[in-house]
Design a protein around this ligand. Sequence first.
Ligand code: URA
Length: 238
Amino acid sequence: MKERLQKILARAGVASRRTAEQHISEGRVSIDGKVVTDMGIKIDPAQHEICLNGKPIQLTEEKIYILLNKPAGYVTTLSDPQGRPIVTSLLTGIRQRVFPVGRLDLDTEGALLLTNDGELAQRILHPSFEIPKTYVAKVSGRPSGEALERLARGIELEGRRTSPARLKVIRETARFSLIEIIIHEGRKRQVRKMFAAIGHPVLSLKRIAYGRLQLGSLPSGQFRIIGRKEIEKILAGR
Ligand code: URA
């Protein structure tokens, strides 16, 4: 994200914004080796080397944690060769470069955590943490109790058994059922494949909780910044 040069210098803690302006006008600041004296210049500090008195400045970015209600139709990668919308385009006003923790399919909606804290992301994604993820799946038809029990015990999926899951029927109609499912793994399209395996394909899928962190009433496409306490809710959700 582009910012004014004096603001970047102030954020790096090397000077107040006013003193930074002075440094710029005195020709002490360079971008990629070229001295700049233009006060209005806007650049992306992640893309360039900024030096003050010949020394590169270090930007320590503040850690940020965001809970987004991902709409269907958005990809959770940071760019898409097919030009489909990316989730980070929904984060208006967020200056930090964040990335999604794990993924959700293009057509899955719901709770997605984004952060610039690589260490925490690794902890959350590490299989040893086994953080439960709760989904509501709208599936075609009415799966039998026996079929749901099979999913709960674990089924063979692409040569590997799924770990035990918890399932609860929320609603049933003649054409579809709403089923809450809690899994501890993050295999690609896992929930969709599990229901497909019992002959009840998923019609729509939403993640409603990450550990004990609930999506709640956050509207689709909206996000909120979450604090350390809520992060603990994810980590304590085992
Ligand atoms: N399982 C799926 O099938 N899709 C998701 O996006 C997440 C879990």
